[in-house]
Write a new protein. Structure first.
Lengths: 113, 115
């Protein structure tokens, strides 16, 4: 699976949009971009994933550049409960025998009141 | 909603004890996973299973074994606990769904301390 690079930490004001970048310049054609987050003392939580089109769900939006070498997770109206470590993961959409997710160190997002 | 539960949130064991960590999921998922999480090292995969009685080693299987006798339950066993196995243990499950949609659902974690 391709390696990802994320900033170590970010702050965002409550009510503003939080934009979390991720670089994955070695991504290959069949690899998906996944985002998870981990709130303190809890297990990671799936947020969203995409291949090449932008995606949106009730939690967030995912913008993937045309060359797919980077992406941005957008939390449109950040709340204090969005304070967490956010992980960007790239993995292939292959068969069940390759299910491993490789979590890096992620971005620690702090929402400021 | 998918629910993954783990038998304990906190556990303290002595060196040399046999330790069982239990994980149960209620969504009929085929795949189940055990990770450990340590500061600065992220999540590391210990074992996973894609079917009953099937198991595959992850990145750090040494000192651990697993059991999957029923689809909903995946157990992690520390045969002889050691202090370097003090960690947060996370269980996850996922379905063998459409291509690319293998999101994993995690339990709350078990913080194990071995003294």
């Amino acid at each position: 699976d391709a390696k990802t690079t994320q900033p170590t930490s970010m702050d965002c004001a409550e009510g503003r949009a939080a934009n979390l970048p991720c670089n994955h310049s070695t991504i290959s054609g069949n690899e998906y971009v996944y985002w998870y987050r981990q709130i303190h003392s809890q297990g990671p939580q799936y947020i969203i994933h995409g291949l090449k089109n932008n995606e949106t769900n009730e939690m967030a939006s995912l913008i993937i550049t045309e060359d797919r070498k980077s992406s941005t997770l957008i939390l449109p109206h950040a709340t204090l409960r969005d304070t967490a470590v956010y992980y960007c993961i790239v993995r292939g959409g292959s068969n069940f025998g390759n299910e491993k997710l490789t979590f890096g160190t992620g971005t620690r997002l702090t929402i400021i009141p | 909603d998918v629910k993954v539960t783990q038998s304990s949130r906190y556990l303290v064991k002595r060196t040399g004890e046999k330790v069982f960590l239990e994980c149960v999921q209620d969504m009929d998922h085929e795949n189940m996973f055990w990770y450990r999480q340590d500061p600065g090292l992220g999540l590391r995969l210990i074992y996973f299973s894609y079917d009953v009685k099937m198991k595959e080693k992850g990145d750090i299987p040494e000192g651990y074994s697993v059991s999957r006798e029923k689809k909903e339950r995946f157990s992690l066993i520390l045969e002889s606990a050691s202090t370097n196995q003090t960690s947060m243990y996370l269980c996850a499950s996922s379905s063998q769904g459409a291509r690319g949609s293998y999101e994993q659902y995690f339990g709350p974690g078990t913080r194990l301390t071995v003294t």
